[in-house]
Design a protein around this ligand. Structure first.
Ligand code: ADP
Length: 475
């Protein structure tokens, strides 16, 4: 079964968040299971692209409105990622360094999708499944069915996975001409609230849509930035599949980015060495419990509550707990966190920036990982934390709710709380501080969480079942 994954991100080529981790891992596991999965993404002027060899497999020209675009499809020569990796390069549009936030982002992603469709159309390829990820490839299901240019591919099965339903990629009808010739009687399938909405269109036009956790599928019907009614109407066509993690990249027994490798048999000693290295680097006392946060400093992640929660807890548990924040995002939140660090230099440190290597050490060396997310479609951080024997402290939402059981409940191993509020976070911190003193219990909980299986094996099977249900004749 031939599958194309279309995505703006893919680890290790270009990553902003969890989307990259999923697209960098799922196809690898699908190929190991006997499928033939490839990734197609925009070309970025980044380290991975510069340091690897690519062949040009196709050259073409297409139109974006009246603008003629020349594009190339490049393929990584060795399939070293465990799948074929294709990059769509368009000089002046898809050849930049950053993934998001250019003023012509709409043009970039429309061009990406058209170039992909032109390529598979002209080169007579017939994939069984086109698997689109987030709004950046959300117009593909509509275009396949309702643009005359792609009639040959009109029956291709499509899956649309929502990693983040807050971003829709919406733009005005004045830019309809950017799309290739379409059936104008079908424009209702593009529209939401008077604009072209790629996310809404994909939910309606894909053969099936998925969310990255079952709870998130339900939550989208109550909170999705204006698409609640759509998700309510389309609920029966959705399916929630929890993300797996790449257990090769995230493995404390082999991880080259941590100081001391360890298995669950040697967890206490292994974690202690990593904690010491981390604390030395950030001037913290390794004898105290270390609670860390990793992630984008945005409201969605509850990062606006962090500074106050840390400050309140440090005032309350003076000298009994330490905090480390690794993240980048809203300048106001960065500033607030820096201020707490200046106020409590012995017990709080902040690293503003994106640092993949450091993230591995933080997962390995921390005692607890705080995730006060308001919205968490799946959340990978808690899964990585548990794999490294670090207790997640999560707000009960989305994938966090689906993957973390409170240690007070039967078989539990984490800390859960209900509200995205400073009070709830501080209460969770107080539970962590108390638990930290009970070494025996902690050891048991560490072992319990490290024994959990969040590998892709389970989730990849669920995607396979979904593909089969859409394409029964190829099996
Ligand atoms: P989202 O995609 O919403 O940002 P996820 O939990 O799905 O959240 O994925 C976040 C991923 O990004 C994880 O791999 C996490 O380790 C990584 N990450 C986030 N911020 C940073 C950072 N500042 N430095 C290193 N890694 C980070």
């Amino acid at each position: 079964m031939r599958i194309f994954h279309l995505s703006a991100e893919c680890y290790p080529v270009a990553k902003v968040g969890g989307l990259a981790d999923v697209v960098g891992a799922l196809p690898k596991y699908q190929n190991l299971a006997g499928l033939n999965a490839a990734v197609v993404m925009p070309y970025y002027d980044r380290k991975f692209v510069r340091e690897n060899v690519f062949d040009t497999v196709f050259q073409g020209a297409t139109l974006l409105g009246t603008r003629r675009l020349y594009f190339e499809i490049l393929k990584e020569k060795t399939d070293k990622l465990g799948f074929e990796l294709y990059l769509v390069k368009i000089p002046g549009l898809l050849d930049r360094e950053n993934i998001y936030s250019y003023p012509d982002e709409t043009e970039q992603f429309i061009a990406f999708q058209i170039a992909f469709l032109d390529w598979i159309s002209y080169s007579q390829q017939s994939p069984d499944i086109i698997h689109c990820h987030d709004h950046h490839s959300g117009l593909v299901p509509f275009l396949l069915q309702h643009s005359k240019l792609y009639t040959r591919l009109a029956k291709t099965a499509t899956v649309f996975t929502i990693h983040n339903g807050q971003y829709h990629g919406a733009f005005g009808w004045d830019r309809l001409s950017y799309l290739p010739e379409i059936d104008l009687t079908k424009t209702g399938l593009l529209d939401w609230s008077g604009g072209i909405n790629p996310l809404a269109s994909a939910v309606r036009c894909a053969s099936r849509y998925t969310t990255v956790s079952p709870s998130y599928l339900e939550e989208l019907t109550v909170s999705s930035n204006g698409l609640e009614f759509l998700f309510f109407l389309e609920r029966a066509r959705g399916i929630g599949i929890i993300n797996g993690i790449d257990t090769e990249v995230w493995n404390p027994a082999t991880d080259p980015m941590i100081v001391e490798k360890y298995t669950s048999a040697k967890i206490a000693a292994g974690k202690q060495k990593n904690k010491e290295a981390l604390c030395t680097r950030f001037n913290l006392d390794p004898a105290k419990p270390l609670i860390s946060f990793i992630g984008r400093l945005v409201v969605e992640k509850g990062a606006d509550l962090l500074a106050e929660a840390i400050e309140t807890s440090l005032a309350e548990f003076e000298g009994k707990v330490t905090f480390l924040v690794l993240g980048t995002g809203e300048p106001e939140m960065e500033k607030d966190l820096q201020e707490v660090k200046e106020k409590f230099p012995a017990d709080c440190n902040v690293y503003i920036g994106y640092n993949e290597e450091l993230a591995h050490l933080v997962y390995a060396g921390s005692d607890f990982l705080l995730m006060p997310s308001r919205v968490e479609p799946c959340g990978l951080n808690q899964l990585y934390a548990m794999r490294y024997g670090t207790m997640p402290m999560v707000r009960s939402t989305g994938g966090l709710k689906d993957t973390v059981i409170d240690f007070g409940d039967a078989g539990g191993y984490g800390i859960r709380y209900n509200n995205a509020s400073v009070t709830d976070i501080c209460y969770a911190i107080s539970r962590a501080v108390v638990l930290y003193k009970d070494e025996k219990k902690l050891q048991l909980l560490h072992k319990r969480m490290m024994a959990l299986d969040f590998s892709w094996d389970v989730s990849a099977k669920q995607y396979m079942e979904l593909y089969k249900s859409l394409k029964p004749t190829t099996i």
